[in-house]
Design a protein around this ligand. Structure first.
Ligand code: GCU
Length: 714
């Protein structure tokens, strides 16, 4: 297999020579290939402003100009060459420079990261109040390409909707015996550590930071939320390793956060307790955090998984999660840091025979009563659904239940339950649906408003900043970054949606295609774009079709979570998921006769989910146990829906493979990319067929109802 990164660029275009001093990385350029800087690099650009981030902008422009023949200058007078040379085409300017006020009318303050883009008389200008805005303005120019250089362009201001746009790496320092170097990592090893030691590959890390900044991410939590013994030391005697990472990411305006163990005062501090109300414990966290900020002055804060899947937490001391989160929030507050406290708390040792325990209820039951008790710099990090990153779940009711708490929405870019980066599964549409969901009904705010900063709509009773979007990263040291080259689009989309959650996921994909692939000068220039859309736009729904039906979830092989196993988790302590018997399937989560989970939503959703008739088809089995003959809104019965969607899902994968072959056959993709994608599409098809055959056989045997179309079921 040819796994070399190559270049994704199309055939037929000669690469300009590498500018001096630039060492090519042996890694795919993803959405920031040199060609994406062509429009900037062929112009005369002036950068006005000072400071490290302006230096980053300047060096980006200089590299582009060295490659494409433009001129990059620093300082001087706006609009004119300082020495009377040719006028500028592009000016990137901090608005502290006076002249800018004539150029771009004063408007709302742009804030820490915003910028205004305008063009007048053939000069394109990006104005920012702060250096970070200039950096994001540069990447907006990259996205626009030639279109940024229209002679006239009315001023257009951009500000991120969410203040914190974070990726969480689930990277281990030591290779974990079961989870490996990266927990749920499907893209090779960690970019930070290898075999217990820092990896120290600053070029690669810098390239990662650049890609993250290029899609709007501004925070990275560097280690796994499951903090094992070695990783715990990153907080104290191995803090220098975190500082090194922070140094490399800082030029791209990325702050580093750290996952910490709640038991640290015991394991690292030698105290007899980690009780959040114990003075010694408070003093230990205060002292330790002081040290962290002495080492990394712009440190972002802590991420904590407590009382969750075996991780230590406040329950051991009879305290609640607000006590736990506030302990760390208090230690971080003097330095402006935040604690991301995860709401993923449930009983993973339940007895499957006990039908009263419902994992879906757990986060709400634990956290909703604590609303209003968290400090301002404590952010409750809530998975988008009540279970665990399934292809289809209802939106977590916690998001609507805590108006007086800062909430961050957590999505899983690493494809643990969505094909593990062997399957094409573009998740932009899923996240967009979640962010657009209106928990209080059509006239209320959306999830994106809850996570956003002031400026967006506020949810009822909320007067404070939202917690942002957190994305579990899918990147590793794989030459394509993400295992499946097309999975890069998921990382890109997560960043873009955190910046602008109302962006259309198809438009985001379009941006990603445009940046990542340059169509060849020969052949159909639109074929590439059309084909990639055909393969990717609907791929999440395709994945849903050939896996667990109608929102029931799981049915994956226990442990690694790849491939079908209908009963894999049904009789385990982790929760019970489908209750299929000869008559029907689904979990009764109604208030009337089930676990009561549906009642955790505000109206109208509580009522819609409570009723079989009101419940949307795609979530029916999450909320109701129904007979196989139950007729869906679609007109199909549940059992026929299962058969139809599974056959259809396989056909859609087969079709995607044909589309890809046609595309690659036209010479429109780099051979290394083609080889990797083809190999993965073959596996996806094999796996989709396996899902289809197992699911259909299982339900035919359970129900005894034949397929209405007589297709082969084993
Ligand atoms: C899932 C996943 C774990 C992970 C956990 C989490 O359960 O399988 O590997 O640790 O989510 O989000 O904490």
């Amino acid at each position: 297999m040819n796994d070399g990164p190559g270049s994704s660029r199309g055939a037929g275009r000669a690469e300009p020579e590498q500018p001096e001093g630039q060492r090519p990385l042996d890694v795919h350029p993803a959405w920031l290939p040199p060609e994406a800087f062509r429009a900037i690099g062929s112009r005369r650009t002036r950068v006005l402003g000072d400071g490290p981030l302006v230096e980053t902008v300047l060096s980006e422009v200089r590299e582009a100009c060295a490659r494409y023949g433009g001129v990059a200058r620093h300082g001087g007078v706006m609009g004119h060459g300082a020495t009377g040379d040719e006028p500028d085409d592009l000016i990137l300017v901090l608005s502290t420079v006076d002249a800018v006020r004539d150029f771009v009318p004063a408007g709302q303050p742009l804030g820490e990261e915003g910028f205004t883009l305008a063009a007048r008389s053939g000069v394109t200008v990006v104005v920012a109040d702060r250096p970070a805005g200039l950096l994001y303005g540069l990447f907006e120019l990259v996205r626009l390409g030639e279109a940024a250089f229209r002679p006239e362009r009315a001023p257009e201001s951009h500000r991120p909707a969410m203040r914190r746009r974070m990726v969480d790496q689930w990277d281990n320092v030591d290779v974990h015996p079961v989870m490996g170097q990266v927990e749920r990592g499907y893209a090779g090893g960690s970019l930070f550590w290898r075999d217990g030691k820092p990896r120290r590959d600053p070029d690669r890390l810098r390239a990662y930071g650049r890609l993250l900044a290029g899609c709007g991410v501004n925070a990275v939590s560097v280690n796994n939320v499951n903090v094992h013994a070695t990783e715990a030391h990153l907080l104290t005697d191995r803090l220098a390793e975190v500082a090194e990472i922070a140094d490399v990411l800082r030029p791209y305006h990325i702050r580093v956060h750290l996952s910490v163990s709640f038991a640290s005062p015991i394991t690292l501090g030698g105290l007899p307790t980690a009780d959040p109300l114990d003075e010694r414990v408070r003093a230990w966290w205060a002292g330790t955090t002081r040290q962290v900020y002495a080492t990394i002055p712009d440190f972002g804060g802590y991420v904590v998984k407590a009382d969750s899947e075996g991780q230590p937490g406040p329950f051991a001391y009879g305290r609640n999660h607000a006590d736990g989160a506030n302990l760390l929030a208090a230690a971080l507050a003097p330095y402006g840091g935040v604690v991301h406290w995860r709401a993923f708390v449930y009983n993973h040792r339940q007895d499957w025979r006990d039908r009263s325990t419902d994992r879906a209820r757990a986060a709400y039951d634990h956290f909703a009563p604590l609303d209003g008790q968290f400090h301002d710099n404590a952010i409750l990090q809530v998975k988008y659904g009540p279970m665990d990153f399934q292809a289809r779940e209802p939106v977590s009711p916690v998001i609507a239940a805590m108006p007086a708490t800062r909430l961050a929405v957590e999505v899983q870019v690493t494809q643990e339950y969505t094909g593990q980066q062997r399957h094409v599964c573009y998740l932009g549409p899923q996240w967009s649906e979640v962010l657009g969901f209106r928990p209080w009904g059509p006239d209320g705010p959306a999830v994106r408003d809850v996570a956003a900063s002031p400026g967006g709509a506020a949810s009822p009773g909320r007067a404070h900043d939202g917690g942002g979007l957190v994305a579990v990263s899918n990147a590793g040291d794989d030459p394509f970054w993400t295992g499946h080259p097309l999975a890069q689009a998921n990382l890109y989309a997560a960043g873009r949606l955190a910046w602008a959650p109302d962006l259309d996921p198809t438009a985001i994909l379009d941006e990603w295609i445009e940046l990542t692939f340059t169509p060849s000068s020969t052949g159909d220039p639109d074929l590439l774009r059309r084909s990639l859309h055909e393969v990717m736009d609907g791929s999440w729904r395709t994945y849903e079709r050939y896996t667990a039906p109608l929102g029931v979830g799981f049915m994956v092989r226990p442990g690694h979570h790849y491939g079908p196993d209908v009963d894999g988790y049904e009789y385990t302590p982790w929760g019970t998921y489908h209750f299929a018997d000869r008559d029907g399937i689904g979990v009764d989560r109604t208030v009337a006769t089930g676990t009561g989970f549906a009642g955790q939503y505000p109206p109208p959703w509580s009522q819609l989910y409570e009723s079989r008739q009101g419940c949307p088809d795609e979530l029916l089995l999450f909320f109701h146990h129904v007979p196989y003959g139950h007729v869906l809104h679609s007109g199909s019965t549940v059992i026929q829906h299962i058969y139809d969607t599974h056959f259809a899902g396989v056909e859609e994968v087969r079709r995607a493979r044909q589309v890809w072959e046609r595309l690659a056959g036209a010479g429109l993709v780099d051979p290394a990319v083609d080889t990797r994608v083809r190999e993965r599409l073959d596996e996806q098809l094999r796996c989709a067929e396996e899902w289809c055959d197992q699911l259909n056989a299982y339900f035919l045997r359970k129900s005894g109802v034949p397929d209405a179309h007589g297709r082969p079921i084993y």
